[in-house]
Design a protein around this ligand. Sequence first.
Ligand SMILES: C[S@@+](CC[C@H](N)C(=O)[O-])C[C@H]1O[C@@H](n2cnc3c(N)ncnc32)[C@H](O)[C@@H]1O
Length: 277
Amino acid sequence: MSDLSVEQFQSLSQQIYQKLGLHFDEKKIYFLKTRVAKRMAALGIDDPRDYVFLVSYADPKGVEMQALANLVTTNETYMFREYDQLQAFANHCLPEVLSAKQARGERTLRIWCAGCSSGEEAYTLAMIVQDVFPQAQSWDCSVVATDIDENMLRKTVAATYGYRSVNEVPDEYRHKYLVQAGEEWVVRRRTAELVQVRHLNLQDRMAMRAMRGFDFIFCRNVLIYFDDASRKAVIDHFYNALNPGGYIFLGHSESIGRVTTAFKLKRFETHLVYVKE
Ligand SMILES: C[S@@+](CC[C@H](N)C(=O)[O-])C[C@H]1O[C@@H](n2cnc3c(N)ncnc32)[C@H](O)[C@@H]1O
């Protein structure tokens, strides 16, 4: 099997950028080559030209692009990642939104975990909601967990995790919300039930327009793989998807200052979050 040429790499990386928003520059050529080689072996294709043709002209339903998405995304995650930021959510933002809702007589809470990977973040949010707000069970309360990677969504649905995923879970949460089963940990049913799992490509404009009415959006460690143009498109959709007074949480190293001024920046102790006024 021969290697991808520079032109073939450029053609594939451009299509991946257009369809998935992921930006692979020439430094990533080795990464993409190894993933494509794996995919070609699975399909029994020897010549990279045939593979590039398949993706470019013979994939009207995007089946091959989806298979590629499953291989080229970075899925690193674990429960209670960036705990300090979650404390700002638990101690400040969530109580503020809940009391505003209670004052208005509303009983819904909608959280979107965008780029949920194998689900650890979505279940972390569900645990925090149940902890801060035990009445969640009698509200219409959901954490919508979305990702483009079908393998990760299957893991999210299974809600069963190894040691690496649960290592940072504080003991009191671990006892309340997880059950140990041999070497693994399973999210308890009452917590798992808060999470709705869906396939969603953040670059799919139609699908993004249908996402509305959220009080919180967590999109942490996802937009780092995008460039400013695709990041801006996603953030504009997030703005429309949020209710007034709703918050967006990004990863520690991520900022949206360069792509929008629509949100107000709020500081809670050392943490910055964006709010839609
Ligand atoms: C590093 S993980 C972040 C997981 C979790 N949010 C966290 O912070 O631990 C990035 C996730 O973004 C997803 N992703 C990348 N591009 C995407 C796209 N265009 N649409 C939806 N999800 C995407 C990947 O599949 C991956 O699971």
